[in-house]
Design a binder for this molecule. Structure first.
Ligand SMILES: Cc1cc2nc3c(=O)[nH]c(=O)nc-3n(C[C@H](O)[C@H](O)[C@H](O)COP(=O)(O)OP(=O)(O)OC[C@H]3O[C@@H](n4cnc5c(N)ncnc54)[C@H](O)[C@@H]3O)c2cc1C
Length: 136
């Protein structure tokens, strides 16, 4: 069989990649090494830290890309390429787009209001929270 994109694994990262590729018109295969799909993601609390996301903004909670970036620079040490300046910029710019994109495809989010940033007292921190999760 032929595929345009083969995605290895079936956690949140993999399935988001698979959905995005399929939505772009590609024929996609997801392969999973265990007998269940979902990976660590399926075991997790499911919270996604998405600064400046549209749900928090709709709830009247103030945020900007600059505040989010300030917070990240405060709480993430210099860990090298895993969290380079370019990756932080890419995350802050694209994470809220990802949330809107999946919602437009039918994914239902809910805003975890009150689930504070872990260090809200740091510059850029948000005490009401920037986390969203998928509805059950
Ligand atoms: C109890 C618990 C609670 C957590 N709560 C949170 C939370 O609330 N918020 C948060 O942000 N993070 C949380 N985490 C961490 C979070 O779950 C992970 O960081 C995240 O799910 C990783 O997603 P992923 O898509 O990168 O990988 P995974 O979800 O781990 O998916 C990887 C998949 O790849 C498969 N795979 C691996 N190798 C191969 C191979 N060679 N061939 C085919 N398939 C393969 C695996 O079987 C797995 O299905 C939690 C973790 C745990 C365990």
């Amino acid at each position: 069989m032929n595929y345009d994109v083969i995605v290895v694994g079936s956690g949140a990262a993999a399935l988001t990649a698979a959905v995005t590729a399929a939505d772009s018109g590609n024929k996609v295969l997801v392969i999973e090494s265990t007998d269940q799909f979902g990976g660590s993601t399926a075991m997790s609390g499911g919270g996604a830290w998405i600064p400046n996301n549209h749900l928090m903004l709709a709830a009247g909670v103030h945020d900007t890309p600059e505040l989010a970036r300030t917070y990240m620079d405060q709480v993430i040490a210099d860990v090298g390429p895993a969290s380079s300046s370019q990756r932080r910029d890419a995350f802050v710019e694209n994470a809220p787009k990802m949330a809107r994109y999946l919602e437009a495809l039918g994914f239902e989010w809910s805003y975890q209001t009150g689930y504070s940033d872990y260090h809200p007292e740091e510059p850029g921190g948000n005490a009401i929270g920037r986390s969203i999760e998928g509805k059950m």
